[in-house]
Ligand binder design. Structure first.
Ligand SMILES: *[C@@H]1O[C@H](CO)[C@@H](O)[C@H](O)[C@H]1NC(C)=O
Ligand SMILES: *[C@@H]1O[C@H](CO)[C@@H](O)[C@H](O)[C@H]1NC(C)=O
Ligand SMILES: *[C@@H]1O[C@H](CO)[C@@H](O)[C@H](O)[C@H]1NC(C)=O
Ligand SMILES: *[C@@H]1O[C@H](CO)[C@@H](O)[C@H](O)[C@H]1NC(C)=O
Ligand SMILES: *[C@@H]1O[C@H](CO)[C@@H](O)[C@H](O)[C@H]1NC(C)=O
Ligand SMILES: *[C@@H]1O[C@H](CO)[C@@H](O)[C@H](O)[C@H]1NC(C)=O
Ligand SMILES: *[C@@H]1O[C@H](CO)[C@@H](O)[C@H](O)[C@H]1NC(C)=O
Ligand SMILES: *[C@@H]1O[C@H](CO)[C@@H](O)[C@H](O)[C@H]1NC(C)=O
Length: 404
């Protein structure tokens, strides 16, 4: 019943809807739902509505699987070091300061799950929606065709401490070297914060680069991101919006730069939290209105690996971009059978530190605790109001340019 109500609302947004017109076939033996297009094949799982495979040929015509994940759907729930592997963090992505926020004078306390201290043994803050955030739950497959899949989730009132029920639909579509996604969420009973994203771990070499097992040679370009959100020692926004000075560690706007270029700069130390060298930061996307986010060349981020030649341009309607350089990976996550080098002792079949890049399109992080930023319309939703909508297009190509 709930599902049908939601689908009527979605009809207005012209999302694909399951019907007799769409052939629907089930998952393969590994629990993977495959979709295909010119140049790309991808597989998704119900757990977290996660992407589990993304196959594309490199510049030599060799197929690469360029996203992190596990070999089968059942293992995602079993593995204890859950890294939000390719899933949809929800209902509120990134961190919530002190696991607390206020809407219309009412304070909500949500499930703390990061940075335990003596004073706060469960955690000083909430990350990605709490212990049982959306990327720890199985979504329902609403429709599945040869090039598109739609998942849904109903997040009950009070779950992880969040007010009100949220009903959400996640649609992934492949079309001509492009991975499109559309995420819609309706707050059906009370006002509540909503912020979603796709938490995908990229290695554009399919972890098969025979010269380096890191992604530090990948080049990143963030043309609209002259600013970032200032954070404290545990990556909680302080309220400051900081300038990324040209030539500084966090400057990816003035020119494309390799992820590893600035890591020896003293300023890279503690850049991703106390004791952490690397990136786990939220860049602001400053585009001058009016603009069409879909227009060719208007990408907010471009990632390229000179080794495989694989390049991805990220187009989105969102106003912030989080990039994590896998500082916390330590070789305990196993590669999928579709990835890496086989039988070469110099390249263990695991993800090393800096072995991947996570790119998350989203809104300004923890803006629910910073009303002075004026983001409430983009983050607080309620019955009768506009739905939450996130759209993105990841456009793939081969760029044979060598390392600059
Ligand atoms: C699915 O899409 C792929 C790529 O576009 C195509 O080669 C294949 O024939 C399609 N399969 C079906 C059953 O339509
Ligand atoms: C699922 O994948 C994991 C990790 O690769 C593996 O250890 C496990 O044996 C697989 N299980 C099945 C049922 O294939
Ligand atoms: C979620 O899906 C996985 C894979 O299909 C399955 O192994 C697991 O039992 C499911 N978990 C729940 C709670 O339904
Ligand atoms: C590696 O990281 C995982 C996940 O954060 C953690 O559980 C594990 O203890 C770490 N192992 C080592 C040797 O640091
Ligand atoms: C953090 O939240 C707790 C309740 O969970 C509250 O008692 C405390 O005052 C809050 N601290 C800050 C600094 O807001
Ligand atoms: C490394 O990979 C490249 C690209 O696939 C290939 O041309 C080269 O032969 C490989 N080198 C070795 C030593 O395997
Ligand atoms: C990585 O980039 C450096 C320059 O920053 C270059 O010297 C090296 O050859 C590159 N390695 C690969 C595998 O592309
Ligand atoms: C190819 O990649 C290089 C290095 O990242 C970049 O400078 C260049 O602009 C890219 N070319 C295209 C057509 O995107």
């Amino acid at each position: 019943m709930r599902l049908n109500t939601g689908l009527v609302a979605l009809g207005a947004l012209s999302l694909p809807i399951a019907s007799a017109d769409y052939p629907t076939s089930g998952p393969d033996d590994n629990g993977l739902y495959w979709i295909h297009s010119e140049g790309l094949s991808a597989a998704f799982i119900a757990y977290g509505a996660s992407i589990s495979r993304l196959l594309i040929n490199d510049q030599y015509g060799i197929q690469r699987d360029i996203v992190g994940g596990f070999d089968n759907a059942s293992y995602y729930e079993i593995d204890q070091q859950h890294p939000h592997f390719g899933g949809v963090p929800g209902r509120y992505a990134n961190r919530i300061q002190n696991s607390t926020f206020e809407i219309d004078g009412v304070t909500s306390h949500v499930d703390p799950n990061e940075h335990p201290t003596d004073a706060a043994p469960d955690g000083a803050n909430t990350l990605h929606g709490g212990h049982d955030g959306w990327d720890f739950r199985n979504f329902t497959v609403v429709s599945h065709t040869n090039d598109s899949i739609t998942f849904s989730i109903v997040d009950p009132d009070g779950k992880e401490g969040f007010p009100g029920e949220v009903v959400s639909y996640i649609t992934y579509t492949l079309k001509d070297y492009t991975w499109d996604f559309k995420m819609v969420a309706l707050a059906t009973t009370k006002k509540t914060p909503i912020m979603l994203s796709s938490h995908t771990y990229w290695n554009l070499d399919g972890f098969a680069n025979n010269e380096t097992n890191t992604a530090l040679n990948h080049t990143l370009y963030l043309p609209y991101s002259g600013q970032r959100v200032g954070v404290d020692n545990i990556l909680i926004p302080t309220g400051d919006i900081l300038a990324n000075k040209q030539g500084s560690v966090n400057d990816f706007w003035s020119a494309p730069k390799q992820i590893g270029t600035s890591l020896n700069d003293p300023e890279a130390v503690n850049n991703c939290g106390l004791g952490c060298t690397g990136y786990d930061n939220c860049w602001i996307v400053n585009r001058e209105a009016p603009y069409n986010w879909r227009d060719e060349g208007n990408f907010v981020a471009r990632l390229h690996s000179p080794w495989s030649g694989i390049q991805v341009e990220v187009y989105t309607d969102q106003d912030a971009f989080q990039m994590y350089s896998c500082n916390g990976q330590n070789g305990t996550l196993t590669l999928k059978g579709t990835q890496g080098l086989h039988g070469d002792d110099a390249f263990p079949r695991t993800i090393p530190q800096y072995g991947c890049v996570v790119m998350e399109v989203e809104d300004w992080i923890d803006a629910i605790n910073h009303p002075e930023w004026g983001r409430a319309d983009k983050q607080i939703f309620g019955p009768g109001g506009d739905p939450y909508v996130l759209q993105a297009s990841y456009v793939f190509s081969i760029n044979a340019t060598a390392t600059p």
